[in-house]
Design a protein around this ligand. Structure first.
Ligand code: NAD
Length: 297
């Protein structure tokens, strides 16, 4: 089989495709790196490899200690604390960027949180407190960051957030996070309209499952990830490099005509209404074999 796509490297150092200078002269803020498995890190690494100058924000000092060496490895010198639950913290981060750089070309928002005890069971059992907290951190923080970033983009710019198909379709256990992603998808469209006249584009990447800290908070994540990988048209998961490549497109001048879009990087899983019956038969047979084996032990 001929595979003309990017090399599949998991958590490695290679970036997607040949190096270009597509991001040369562009400065951007990356929000949401927790470690080297974070989607934000995959994006940052690709953008830096294509010439971008980066600033990073981190949530709390413990994560800051992990982000620092990563930021340094791509030559970033601006490292800012920012807890998006605190307006003062957001204000301080953008004030620091205004002071150091004066302007910004792009923003990457890859932040989400919900109480993991509510990322299982029924959505109907979500508490009011967790609903509000999930919405503020996972959805409204993008609006708040975008508003502050737009002020720093007098010559136009590009913004990107990370979403998931659980905002468009019901997924087991995704629950309130799906509702937050639906609101995030809608805010991408409204922000695109608000900022379009200023030549600021706003898009989202809807990523297929990736093993990260946030991903692990969803109950039965392992089984759900495996199911999506088995039944997607490409029959595999996606890599950080592939998400990085899509981000490079959406944040560079390759996509100057694109805004308000939710772009799927999920091996095509979102187009599937039902897995092929043959693969379901294989799955049933494999499950039955496993049950017989368990019973025999
Ligand atoms: P991650 O755990 O590496 O990143 C989540 C980030 O959110 C962390 O850096 C964390 O510090 C940050 N965060 C949480 N609360 C915060 C707060 N109050 N203030 C500032 N930062 C805060 O996991 P990830 O999977 O890379 O998540 C990044 C984004 O990608 C999220 O929006 C997630 O929903 C989305 N996404 C993930 C997947 C997946 O399968 N992992 C799929 C689609 C979309």
């Amino acid at each position: 089989m001929v595979n003309s796509g990017p090399r599949q490297v998991r958590g490695g150092t290679a970036s997607s495709g040949a190096m270009t200078q597509l991001m040369q002269g562009k400065r951007g803020l990356i929000m949401g790196v927790a470690n080297d498995h974070s989607i934000a890190w995959g994006i940052a690494r690709t953008l830096a490899a294509h010439g971008a100058t980066l600033a990073f924000s981190y949530q709390g000092e413990a994560l800051g200690r992990r982000v620092k060496p990563l930021a340094e490895s791509v030559g970033a010198s601006l490292l800012l604390p920012c807890d998006v639950e605190q307006t003062d913290s957001l204000n301080a981060a953008f004030a620091a960027i205004a002071e150091k750089w004066g302007s910004l070309d792009f923003l990457v928002h890859a932040i989400a949180f919900s109480d993991k005890n509510q990322l299982k069971g029924r959505y109907a059992d979500t508490t009011r407190e967790n609903f509000v907290r999930t919405m503020i951190i996972s959805c409204f923080s993008f609006t708040e960051a975008a508003k502050r970033a737009a002020v720093l983009m007098p010559a136009g710019g590009a913004m990107l957030t990370l979403t998931y198909n659980g905002g468009q379709r019901a997924m087991p256990n995704y629950n309130v996070m799906g509702v937050a992603k639906a609101a995030l998808d809608a805010s991408v469209r409204y922000l695109a309209v608000d900022f379009g006249p200023a030549a600021i584009r706003v898009n989202a990447i809807s990523a297929g499952p990736i093993r990260t800290l946030a991903g692990a908070g969803i109950s039965d994540a392992r089984q759900m990830f495996a199911f999506q990988q088995r039944h997607s048209p490409l029959r595999r998961g996606v890599t950080l490099e592939e998400i990085g490549g899509a981000a490079l497109y959406l944040l560079s001048d390759l996509s100057t005509g694109v805004t308000g879009d939710v772009h799927f990087v999920d091996s095509g899983y979102n187009v599937i209404a039902m897995p092929h019956p043959a693969s379901l038969k294989d799955e049933t047979a494999a499950n039955e074999r496993a049950i017989v084996k368990d019973a025999a032990q």
